[in-house]
Design a binder for this molecule. Structure first.
Ligand code: PLP
Length: 456
């Protein structure tokens, strides 16, 4: 036993001496070291000391099918034995990539024509932006280079996706966002709605502001607008009544493409198969990752409409090859796992399941609305946030904000609950695995309630 402990201490020391962790205060990490996760089962993970945690965040909004889905493990193993890797450049393909492409296209709520693979959501967003640029070049409007995103959006951490992200924590120290990215206002009605304003009126105001931004920037210089159907990391901001309909009307007026970033919302999370369906979005480009493979393998994807594809294809004939892609685009193991994940979502009726369990989860979370520390409980399907405020009536933020939710997440962790302190407010994110049982959802809510009393 003593030996086992010293091995673990050595592992922690090696972590501190060897790794630079993403989104981690490096100095604090040197002092407190890592939480070493060694095992997962169902909706739970276990650390190296054998402590158990219910993961109400599906890792990073990703492991929708939980931690021990044998069918995904078998899909990976079988594919590894057959063909562990081959690329998809220059006419090469593999059966898993082909079958996954066909399956994904057949599930989408709008007609999409082609799929291109990436390894992550950040790469999917960068790819989508490059596809929009390439399309406008091919369409004879090369001056359309600007991309409009939104404040508090999260689209990833690469140069383009990190620029599209509307969280300042992602920009400082990196010379981001780059100049072709503009940020429209965040549509958080509870926080930014004016006194007496209805949700519809607020949505109209956001659409008017977007139009003003477009007119100021020059409509013929805008390539695309990118949005998550529900903003995830920025605070789980569910769009207010009529929002996307009004935004879409503005975009249509100026011929601007709509990129729907489904990296979190895709595959049942919001109670429909895709967030675009839940909120009536008609995208030209869609991005996917995370639950595409239920996080068992790194994979992302981008889809485009036939109209975009035709232009892109004809330009690749006149201009030279479509010069974009990754060594692992269409990786056979990642594709085989994703294909199995999509099969499972359909066989187990993820949409029907989340529609029911999501309604129950949201209703239980609303129990916190009367708590003196809670400003807002928001969410849809199996994604939610609880925002803590210094003053419930005035919605006053803590000063500085972003500390209390960190303390909350730590206290929850000590109680065996994983939630996530989100930036830009004092919100806690919740995004449990898609097939959590009612008693697991109750356990999450009860542990959250217990933590709320502890943090008060
Ligand atoms: N887009 C959205 C909506 C996301 O939530 C994320 C990650 O959280 C990304 C893109 C980036 O994905 P990845 O971390 O796989 O690069």
């Amino acid at each position: 036993m003593a030996d086992a402990h010293s091995n673990l201490d050595a592992l922690r020391e090696d972590d501190v001496s060897s790794l630079l962790h993403p989104f981690t205060n490096a100095v604090a990490h040197g002092q407190i070291g890592p939480d070493v996760v060694v095992r997962g089962e169902g909706a739970r993970i276990y650390d190296d000391a054998g402590r158990e945690y219910i993961d109400a965040m599906s890792g990073l909004w990703a492991i929708g099918l939980g931690y021990s889905e044998e069918r995904l493990i078998n899909a990976a193993t079988e594919q590894l034995k057959k063909l562990p890797y081959y690329h998809t450049f220059a006419h090469k393909s593999n059966p898993a990539a082909i079958k996954l492409g066909k399956a994904l296209l057949s599930m989408l709520p709008v007609e999409m024509s082609k799929v291109i693979y990436t390894n992550s959501g950040s790469e999917a967003v960068d790819t989508a932006i490059k596809l929009a640029w390439y399309y406008w070049n091919a369409a004879g409007e090369p001056e359309r280079v600007k991309i409009i995103s939104r404040k508090r959006a999260y689209h990833g951490s690469n140069v383009a996706s990190g620029s599209a992200t509307g969280l300042t924590v992602m920009h400082g120290g990196f010379n981001l966002p780059f100049s072709q990215i503009l940020h429209a206002e965040c549509p958080h009605f509870w926080r930014y709605g004016e006194k007496g304003e209805t949700e519809e009126e607020f949505s109209q105001r956001k659409a008017d502001e977007l139009e003003k931004l477009i007119l100021e920037a020059g409509p013929t210089t805008i390539a695309a607008f990118i949005a998550e159907p529900v903003m995830g990391a920025g605070g789980v901001i569910v769009p207010p009544e009529g929002y996307f309909e009004k935004i879409q009307a503005v975009l249509d007026r100026y011929g601007i493409l709509f990129i729907s970033d489904e990296v979190i919302c895709g595959f049942g999370r919001t109670g429909k198969m895709f967030g675009s369906e839940t909120f009536g979005i008609r995208p030209d480009i869609m991005t996917f990752a995370k639950q595409l493979s239920s996080a068992y393998m790194p994979i992302g994807a981008v889809t485009v409409t036939e109209e975009l594809y035709e232009k892109i294809a004809s330009a690749s004939n006149t201009r030279g090859v479509f010069g974009h892609g990754y060594t692992y685009s269409g990786h056979p193991v990642a594709c085989a796992v994703a294909l199995e994940a999509l099969t499972i979502y359909q066989e187990r009726d993820v949409v029907g399941h989340v529609a029911q369990s999501g309604a129950y989860f949201q209703q239980r979370l609303r129990e916190f609305e009367s708590h003196p520390l809670v400003g807002e409980v928001r969410g849809v399907g199996l994604i939610a946030a609880v925002e803590l405020v210094a003053d419930k009536r005035s919605k006053k933020l803590f000063d500085p904000f972003g500390k209390v939710n960190g303390r909350f997440a730590k206290l929850a962790y000590e109680r065996g609950l994983i939630t996530r302190a989100l930036p830009a407010s004092d919100s806690l994110g919740l995004c449990p695995p898609l097939f959590c049982t009612k008693s697991e959802l109750d356990e999450i809510v009860d542990k959250f309630a217990d933590t709320l009393e502890a943090v008060t």
